[in-house]
Design a protein around this ligand. Structure first.
Ligand SMILES: [Zn+2]
Length: 333
């Protein structure tokens, strides 16, 4: 009897572990063979791929930070009514209820702790948010948090037939973003504080959901992030910045720096600028005096995923662009 109870508890524990992340709506076509058309909403007149994550728009030169997920239910006037579900256990991090302030319209951000990583899920173009939601409130995986919609502040509105949930997974770049932004762009408005899109670095939810679906409990978000394809490698002459603490699991130990002292960090960035590997470096391992030094570029990856324009070729050499430098400034601020 006792054995059975333990067995049951174990099963539940394994099942829960296998499903750290749940699909954020009742649409499950992502897991069905050939279900892409029924899962993704492409941009106007374009195929479903334009509703996936990555350099999928404007010939690869425009980035889409998340998934555009098709609605399944509509009311009499054709508006979507699908409940939007929390993808994992977490807390409410940010609620933006004024559609005019963002191309995301009304949107919601949840904070999750997964394998020691602080991960944020974002739900946009919402019709309405659950009224009792407050920042800091706890939510459970699968819990309804909003209703799907098509709110946006862009000139071109989202038509009823394209109504969708825009869903993202993000890492947070810097909790001093608001002050960095004020200093760097004194003339620009920042309506969302630290929750400005520039301070969130997205990664591919489709790859996470499918990876978890195939691997079950063996799926590791940390492993997924560590396995990102490198776009470039940079050396920064900074020894403290918030990412090191928030995403300490991404740091790779280096005995030389441990012995001699850390003088900077070697950082591998993926195409979207996500710092997925950080190696402390000793002064004796660093050449040059530059604040940011581009060490290498993976040209194949650059050609495959160019939209963020973080690096560019200048004659025979590669350089960090203003976009790349800006990202590193923010990351290490
Ligand atoms: Zn979208």
């Amino acid at each position: 009897m006792g054995g059975q109870v333990i067995c049951g508890a174990l099963l539940i524990a394994v099942a829960a572990q296998a499903q750290t992340f749940q699909l954020p709506s009742a649409n499950l076509a992502l897991f069905e063979k050939g279900g892409e058309e029924r899962y993704f909403v492409g941009t106007v007149g374009k195929p479903w791929m334009t509703g996936t994550f990555g350099c999928v728009r404007t010939g690869g030169w425009q980035m889409h930070e998340g998934l555009d997920i098709r609605c399944l239910q509509r009311d009499h006037s054709g508006e979507p009514t699908d409940p939007v579900l929390a993808t994992a256990d977490g807390t409410v991090a940010y609620i933006s209820t004024r559609p005019s302030l963002s191309n995301y319209g009304k949107y919601l951000i949840l904070r999750h702790q997964v394998e020691g990583l602080e991960v944020y899920s974002l739900y946009a173009h919402l019709r309405e948010m659950r009224h009792d939601l407050k920042v800091g409130q706890t939510v459970k995986a699968g819990e309804p948090v909003a209703v799907m919609g098509r709110a946006t502040n862009t000139r071109e509105s989202i038509s009823k037939d394209r109504a969708h949930l825009h869903f993202e997974f993000n890492l947070l770049v810097n909790d001093r973003f608001a002050s960095w932004y004020k200093k760097t762009f004194p003339d620009q408005r920042n309506d969302h504080g630290d929750w400005n899109g520039q301070n969130l670095l997205a990664f591919d939810p489709r790859a996470v959901f499918l990876g978890q679906h195939v691997q079950g409990a063996k799926f590791s978000l940390l492993g997924f992030l560590q396995g990102q394809t490198e776009l470039c490698r940079v050396l920064v002459r900074k020894t403290y910045f918030p990412w090191l603490k928030r995403y300490a699991a991404l740091i790779r130990p280096n005995p030389v720096a441990e012995k001699e002292g850390v003088a900077g960090y070697e950082i591998a960035l993926n195409f979207n600028g996500l710092a997925f590997e950080l190696i402390p470096r000793a002064a004796s391992e660093i050449k040059g005096k530059a604040k940011f030094h581009l060490l290498s570029v993976n040209e194949a990856e650059y050609h495959k995923n160019p939209a963020r324009r973080l690096v560019a070729r200048k004659g025979p050499r590669w350089e960090l662009t203003s976009h790349g430098l800006n990202l590193l400034e923010l990351l290490t601020y």
